[in-house]
Design a protein. Structure first.
Length: 550
């Protein structure tokens, strides 16, 4: 045996995988691992809650395509990693969660802080395993990253018992070579079948999901849409993979009522789903009768659903599939319509930009946020009523610049997520759009951002309630109950951390305040009161549209 420990070998394996940051909180049972990290090329990002660590790792993984890594002690610390781990698996994001576990010498009996963590993580991971012997470290770490990063990417969990962590390893123990899968070519027969369907379609439409962004297929998607003249809608999760200022863009689909973009699907006889996964939203929303033909373009076969009955599947590299399909179809007449859909979205955002009410109209907040950020800056949108407004109206031009969790739709991921985003994309401006309810669930990570000197802006949409639940109650039962709460003074709260605090007291203050905060070299918190009476106004206006918009 060498003088190295399993903890040191784990760190060597992590370095071999290209890991540069690990997000977490140390505990008594993994002190050797944290110490080994401190002597490596990897930066250990000390967080204020393990849940925050998991969201940082998830966002880092989403933006880099490499598995983000989070770490915790055993028992309660590991359990706190569960939410971000589940969010990653449902958002198809590569993540590796590591935690300590009770030693093998007491794993067989009732023991302090001993719970079956591998069983707990199994339903929300691609693989959940216990590192039962130090000799297994190289193979298990390599397998963890291979599974996490291979399509369909997701989360993996490894538990390291305390006695295994400090055990010695063989002198010859080394990390395994990292192999990268080759990009696969589409089947010519499947391409021909898909081309036949597309040539025969009268009103085809593209639905682009986040899988297209993961594949780096944005340019191929644009070439395809232009070549065959087909309009493109995206999912909330896929915003930006097709630029919203393109003449063929229809905007994002996924709102809880029949929105403008849905009318594009009402007339569609063929849906070309590109990088779409069913967890992004229920396909019954775009194919209620199950009668539209579907071409599924992704790296893996489609999930089974009565409203997503695939006619042809192209399970290969997305960009190559789109290029091959465009070549096989050849020139065709551009699909008519879509102009009115874009005009309605543009008009709604323009009205919002001119709305001077206070508290602010949601559309005004969206418009000012868009005006303050550059095309490649990043906004992280939390779950709540604001997600509906941002997803519908926020024009997005580049992949992964408007980040939305639409697999698990988790609250409170954005403040810690912004730390992962800033580490992954240090040159981008980063803005958090969060409700007051979600903000206070993980606001402790403001201290982490300040300690790491990561400037970002946190824009709080303040309505003193869980606004999305209030909205849903108002729609379904005519009133809302038990959704209102009180709030602290957000400006004083921000300043207590050492962050900059701003309070919006008039509509015309938001845009200049956003610009000032984005230019500042610190964490800035902006409390912006929002008038969510506009929620029901929106539903009423959409209900008045009873004709085809295409």
């Amino acid at each position: 045996m060498s003088s190295r420990t399993a903890a040191e070998l784990i760190v060597e394996c992590l370095e071999n995988e290209g890991v540069t940051h690990i997000f977490g909180i140390p505990g008594e049972e993994n002190i050797r691992l944290v110490d080994a990290i401190s002597r490596s090329s990897i930066s250990y990002v000390l967080t204020r809650h393990e849940q925050g660590a998991s969201f940082m790792a998830e966002t880092y993984g989403r933006l880099t395509g490499k598995a983000g890594v989070c770490s915790a002690t055993l028992g309660p610390g590991a359990i706190n990693l569960l939410l971000g781990t589940a969010d990653a698996i449902t958002n198809s994001t590569p993540l590796v969660a590591l935690s300590a576990q009770v030693g093998m010498n007491r794993s067989f009996k009732e023991s302090h802080q001993g719970v079956d963590l591998t069983a707990m993580f199994e339903p929300v991971t691609k693989w959940s395993a216990l590192v039962a012997t130090a000799g297994a470290v190289p193979e298990m770490v390599r397998k963890a990253f291979k599974l996490a990063q291979t399509e369909r990417p997701g989360a993996v969990y490894l538990a390291v018992p305390e006695d295994v962590e400090k055990a010695g390893v063989a002198e010859e123990a080394r990390p395994l070579a990292v192999n990268v899968p080759r990009t696969d070519e589409p089947s010519p027969e499947q391409v021909d079948r898909a081309a036949t369907l597309l040539r025969a379609a009268r009103n085809p439409i593209v639905l682009a999901g986040h899988g297209a962004a993961r594949a780096g297929a944005g340019e191929a998607l644009r070439r395809f849409a232009e070549a065959v003249g087909v309009p493109v809608a995206t999912t909330f999760h896929g915003k930006g993979v097709f630029p919203d200022d393109h003449p063929l863009a229809l905007g994002a689909v996924g709102f809880m009522r029949h929105d403008y973009v849905n009318f594009g699907f009402d007339a569609a006889d063929l849906i070309i789903a590109v990088g779409y996964e069913l967890q992004e939203f229920d396909p019954v929303r775009i194919n209620p009768d199950g009668d539209a033909k579907i071409i599924h373009v992704h790296r893996f076969p489609a999930e089974v659903d009565a409203h997503y009955d695939v006619s042809v599947g192209l399970a290969s590299d997305i960009g190559r599939s789109l290029d091959a399909l465009a070549d096989a179809v050849g020139p065709r007449e551009k699909t008519a319509g879509g102009e009115r859909i874009r005009a309605l979205l543009d008009a709604e955002l323009t009205r919002g930009a001119e709305d001077d009410r206070f508290p602010l109209a949601p559309a005004r907040v969206v418009a000012d946020t868009r005006a303050a950020l550059g095309r490649e800056d990043i906004v992280l949108v939390d779950t709540g009523a604001l997600k509906m407004w941002m997803a519908r109206l926020y024009p997005t031009y580049e992949p992964n610049t408007c980040l939305i969790s639409n697999g698990l739709s988790t609250m409170a991921w954005t403040v810690p997520g912004a730390i992962g985003a800033k580490i992954a994309c240090p040159d981008a401006k980063v803005l958090v759009a969060t409700g007051d309810g979600a903000f206070l669930m993980n606001s402790q990570e403001i201290e982490t951002a300040l300690r790491l000197k990561l400037p970002m802006v946190i824009l709080i949409w303040v309505d003193d309630a869980y606004g999305l639940i209030s909205w849903k109650m108002d729609l379904d039962i005519g009133h809302n109950v038990d959704t209102a709460f009180g709030n602290p003074d957000f400006v004083a709260y921000a300043e207590s951390f050492g962050a900059a605090g701003h309070r919006i007291t008039a509509a015309d203050q938001l845009l200049p305040t956003l610009r000032e905060a984005l230019a500042a070299d610190t964490v800035s918190v902006i409390a912006c009161p929002v008038d969510y009476r506009a929620n029901l106004e929106l539903i009423e206006s959409l209900g008045d549209i009873d004709e085809s918009l295409t």
